[in-house]
Structure formats: structure tokens, C-alpha cells
Design a binder for this molecule. Structure first.
Ligand code: NAD
Ligand code: ZN
Ligand code: ZN
Length: 339
């Protein structure tokens, strides 16, 4: 099989042949058709976070394909089924978090494209209990970004605790953010879009954002206050720490600020404002299998249509360069079908 491999943090990925993996107990081998490229893959390849993957590894956690072989003990997947991998590649199923509907917080979880080889290759392994089940009729390019970007922002929006008719600000209109605008609209929310790039804001407006603000050229806090009186919820998917501190000032009293973005770094948080305005600030990491099923169902019902551009696996270093410079509209998806 062909794969793009991280051999050293910060170095170009090496695209070469790897031995085809054999599915172990409870696992399935998947022949990939497509894989989205998430900014998390770039963080992984750079070793940006305190908990690091171990090179050599194959990134990728928005992979879509067909089951071609089963390991022992697989009961509810068959050869020919369409599945996806995910960041939540597996969890223990037994701990307090797993038992209480928070398997995304399981301390024994394994992560696709991070602690387990991912979807930047022509084949991958999935855990049969955790692989995403793809709805019939899905477009191979469009479905890929739902598997991380989609489920992540869908869950993130849910935990803003906003209700239909309320305002949500989405900061960062990249792969995650442009899909967040669509979920927010489908959930009946009114959207303020914030980015540092006018092309991204134009996309957000086309997707239904009522207010679009360029954080590089406009006073975001003043503009949001003027347009909405302060938003009920904020979802931060931006890749710059500056957006995080700023997000706190966008919320109205009692509002909730949810962080999805994971740039390395810190931000200042004003204690007085948080206390006096009764704000909630929370992190949100991908989604459970149930969140995934719901997020995929929104797509299957035609409510979400990711903006995608296809690329070849051997273009991965160029894709990463464009991502680093914020030059991607929506998501780039690797297409293996003609490889
Ligand atoms: P992306 O590169 O596609 O998009 C990032 C966007 O942020 C771009 O549109 C860029 O213009 C914008 N941006 C940069 N600086 C900004 C600023 N100061 N204010 C507003 N916007 C700004 O990245 P992506 O794939 O959407 O991922 C975004 C982040 O989310 C990454 O850090 C990624 O690791 C993280 N992520 C988290 C989860 C999770 O479960 N929490 C899941 C997936 C991705
Ligand atoms: Zn991701
Ligand atoms: Zn667990």
C-alpha cells in the first residue's frame, strides 16, 4: 500500500510503500476512497501538542472507504460495508467516562492518525465497534470532512447550550468553521462568522451567516456587540490563540464559549468579566459515536454540504503548506480512487 508517513516532526511527509496491515481481533481492513486533511494532522506532523505521536506514523482521521477484510471477533461489520475512521479510533468502553456517555474523554482511547496509523494511505485499519457507519448515497469527497470537522463542530455547537433563534459566533471559517455555519443554520441558530480572510467570510455568507467580520481589519468585539448585543454562544475553531481571548468578549451575559481549535499557546482570560457575566468556557473534543451518527444523518438529509477540493496523496506536503498559510477554502480531500 502507498502511504504518507511522518518520519520526523516538522519535516516533509514521505510518500512510500508500506506493508499492508492485518486486522487484529475486532478490527477491519478498509480500502480507502477518500480522506480529508484536518488541521489536526498538521499539528500531529509538527508535534505541536504536549502529548505527541511517535514517528513514524501515518496521519489522517477523516478516511472513507470499503471494508475488504475482517479480523476475528467482528460481529456487525461485513466485507463491502462503507465505513470511516475517526479521531476516536477506540475507547475502553468500561471507564467512568465511557459509561456515562463521555467516551471522548476516555483515558485509554486510541486516536486515528495519531496513536494508530490513519487514512493518509490506500488502506487503514478500523476498530469495528468505533468505525463510523456511512449512510447510503454519500458522496465520497463530501462525506470525508463530516468524519472529523462535522462531528466536532456539531458536538461543539450542542454544548454551547444555545437554542433555535439565538446567536452563535463562529470564529475561524476553515475546514471546521465552514461546516459549523451549516450545522448552526440547520439547528436554527443565527450565525456571526469571524475570520481573518475575506474569501472565508464570503463563503460563510453564502452558507447563511447573517454577519461576517474580518478580525484583521475590524474591531470584532464592537461589531458583534452592535449587530447582536452579544452572542448567546461562541464556537472557536480558529488556529490562532488571539481568537480565544477575544471570544470571551463576544458573549452576552450567561453565554457559553466553546473551544474546538487547538493551536499551541495560551490566552489571557479576564476574571472579572467571566464572573460578573456568568460565562461558561468549555473545551470540546470531537464527538461520541452517537454524535457521529447524528452528524452523518444531518449530511444524509441534505442539510450539510462541505466545500471540498480533491488532491492526490503525493501532494500532501503542498496541501499542508497551503493550510499553514490559510489558503484553503473549506476542506481538501485526498482522492485515492484513480490512484
Ligand atoms: P483550517 O486551517 O481549515 O482553518 C483554520 C481557520 O482559522 C482558517 O480559516 C484561518 O483563516 C482561521 N484563523 C486564523 N487565525 C484566526 C484568527 N485570529 N481569528 C479568526 N480566525 C482565524 O483548520 P481546521 O481543520 O478547521 O482546524 C481548526 C482547529 O481545530 C485546529 O487547531 C485543529 O487541530 C482543531 N480541531 C479540533 C478538534 C476537536 O475535537 N476539538 C477536531 C478537529 C480539529
Ligand atoms: Zn480532525
Ligand atoms: Zn474508557
Amino acid at each position: 500500500m502507498r502511504a504518507a508517513v511522518v518520519t520526523d516532526f516538522g519535516m516533509p511527509l514521505q510518500v512510500h510503500d508500506l506493508q499492508l496491515p492485518t486486522p487484529g481481533y475486532g478490527e477491519a481492513l478498509v480500502k480507502l476512497e477518500t480522506s480529508g486533511v484536518c488541521h489536526t494532522d498538521l499539528h500531529a506532523a509538527h508535534g505541536d501538542w504536549p502529548v505527541k505521536p511517535q514517528p513514524p506514523f501515518v496521519p489522517g482521521h477523516e478516511g472513507y472507504g470499503t471494508v475488504v477484510a475482517l479480523g476475528e471477533g467482528v460481529v456487525d461489520l461485513a466485507v463491502g460495508d462503507k465505513v470511516g475512521n475517526a479521531w476516536l479510533w477506540s475507547a475502553c468502553g468500561r471507564c467512568e467516562y465511557c459509561r456515562t456517555g463521555w467516551e471522548t474523554l476516555c483515558e485509554s482511547q486510541r486516536n486515528g492518525g495519531y496513536s494508530v496509523n490513519g487514512s493518509f494511505g490506500t488502506y487503514m485499519l478500523v476498530n469495528a465497534d468505533y468505525a463510523a457507519r456511512i449512510p447510503d448515497g454519500a458522496d465520497p469527497l463530501e462525506i470525508a470532512p463530516i468524519l472529523c470537522a462535522g462531528v466536532t463542530v456539531y458536538k461543539g455547537l450542542k454544548v454551547t447550550d444555545t437554542r433555535p433563534g439565538q446567536w452563535v459566533a463562529i470564529s475561524g471559517i476553515g475546514g471546521l468553521g465552514h461546516i459549523a455555519v451549516q450545522y448552526a443554520r440547520a439547528m436554527g441558530l443565527r450565525v456571526v462568522a469571524i475570520d481573518v480572510d475575506d474569501a472565508k467570510l464570503a463563503l460563510a455568507t453564502r452558507l447563511g451567516a447573517e454577519v461576517a467580520i474580518n478580525a484583521r481589519t475590524t474591531d470584532v468585539v464592537e461589531s458583534v456587540q452592535q449587530a447582536t448585543g452579544g452572542v448567546h454562544g461562541v464556537l472557536v475553531t480558529a488556529v490562532h490563540p488571539q481568537a480565544f481571548g477575544q471570544a470571551i468578549a463576544l458573549a452576552r451575559r450567561g453565554g457559553t464559549i466553546v473551544f474546538n481549535g487547538l493551536p499551541p499557546g495560551d490566552f489571557p482570560a479576564p476574571i472579572f468579566d467571566i464572573v460578573l457575566k456568568g460565562l461558561t468556557i468549555r473545551g470540546s473534543i470531537v464527538g461520541t459515536r452517537q454524535d457521529m451518527a447524528e452528524a452523518l444523518d444531518f449530511y444524509a438529509r441534505g442539510l450539510i454540504k462541505p466545500t471540498v477540493t480533491s488532491a492526490r496523496l503525493d501532494e500532501i506536503n503542498d496541501v499542508f503548506a497551503r493550510m499553514e498559510h490559510g489558503q484553503i477554502d473549506g476542506r481538501i480531500v485526498i482522492d485515492y480512487r484513480n490512484a
